[in-house]
Design a protein around this ligand. Structure first.
Ligand SMILES: Nc1ncnc2c1ncn2[C@@H]1O[C@H](COP(=O)(O)OP(=O)(O)O)[C@@H](O)[C@H]1O
Ligand SMILES: [Mg+2]
Length: 313
């Protein structure tokens, strides 16, 4: 069952003070996320990720379009009670303790008084803040604040959670902790939709990802399917101190270190490269396939769209 159905959501902001100009932050977006998926919403800064999440949360009004969440109309109050949200830069009142913060949000999200204390203790434990639950948030590090924000988002045991850039600003340890938490949520059968520009995290976590750029969806799919659509490359290593012109002619990207040369080229040129090295009497050391990372795919997609924008201008 689709848990998120985005039906042509679109947003144009009016910007400027005296003379307002329209600025389209999101072109009509269509996207479906299935139950139990961890879905990564990727894009560079200004791509429209936060706008999409704010629209889904009902924090800004769409210019047009609608959505269905958990099989219901997105404006249904029942839906609100079953979703959790971590904003991009959560602002919490500094002088509250983690426990007080959660108690406050627990009341807002309708966690009944008798269950609240137990739930708060459970989520504090999950995000590793039990020992500091009585400490004021102003003394928290960025990573601890982020975990408090996640605790807030999952306190009422929602079926569907939205996280806006949950890993940004965290050190590798902090990112790992957040990643582990998202994985646990998945194991509990929750659907997790999160935005990020940290592609290695998305690669490690996501069932599927969507790439958005300049307010437009550029691709959607499983990471492996997306990256395999990019032309495969191989790395060829041989002994030598220079690159024969015939290798350069194959479009190889070459680096000489000491007395070895490494060249990366299209897989389709592999045989021609071996022939060229043989003719030059070079000693071949290794040929290995190069796996395309999500990052490379992403950069390629963005460059493609830039050239297409350039060519239509
Ligand atoms: N409240 C706003 N008023 C005007 N423009 C906005 C507003 N919020 C975002 N934008 C613009 O919309 C575009 C998308 O922004 P955003 O959704 O925040 O991107 P992302 O989260 O992917 O970095 C950007 O060009 C941004 O400047
Ligand atoms: Mg954002």
């Amino acid at each position: 069952m689709p848990v998120i159905e985005i039906l042509g959501l679109e947003k144009t902001y009016l910007v400027g003070f005296w003379r307002k100009r329209p600025k389209r932050a999101l072109h009509p977006l269509h996207l479906t996320v299935e139950e139990g998926e961890v879905f990564g919403f990727l894009g560079p800064n200004g791509a429209g990720k936060t706008t999409t999440l704010k629209l889904l949360m009902g924090l800004v009004f769409p210019t047009s379009g609608s959505a269905r969440l958990l099989g219901r109309d997105w404006t249904d109050p029942e839906v609100k009670a079953q979703i959790g949200f971590l904003p991009e830069q959560p602002y919490f009142y500094d002088y509250l303790t983690a426990h007080e913060l959660l108690n406050y949000y627990g009341q807002l999200s309708g966690v009944p008084g008798k269950d609240r204390k137990r739930r708060i203790d459970e989520v504090l434990q999950r995000v590793g803040l039990t020992d500091v639950k009585g400490v004021q948030l102003r003394k928290f590090s960025k990573g601890m604040l982020q975990r408090a924000g996640i605790a807030q988002a999952i306190l009422h045991d929602p079926k569907l959670v939205f996280f806006d850039e949950p890993m940004s600003g965290l050190d590798p340890m902090g990112r790992r902790e957040v990643r582990d938490l998202m994985e646990q949520l998945k194991h509990e059968g929750k659907t997790v939709f999160f935005s990020t520009h940290i592609l290695s995290d998305a690669e490690a976590l996501c069932d599927r990802v969507a790439i958005i750029h300049q307010g437009e969806l550029r691709s959607v799919g499983a990471v492996a399917d997306l990256t395999s659509s990019v032309q495969s490359k191989v790395e060829v290593i041989w002994q030598g101190r220079e690159v024969p012109p015939s290798m350069k002619a194959l479009g190889a990207e070459c680096h000489v270190t000491g007395d070895t040369v490494r060249a990366v080229l299209a897989e389709s040129q592999q045989d021609a490269a071996i022939d060229a090295l043989r003719r030059e009497r070079m000693r071949l050391i290794a040929i290995t396939p190069v796996r395309t990372s999500l990052e490379e795919y992403f950069i390629e997609k963005l460059q493609q769209s830039e050239t297409s924008v350039g060519s239509t201008a």
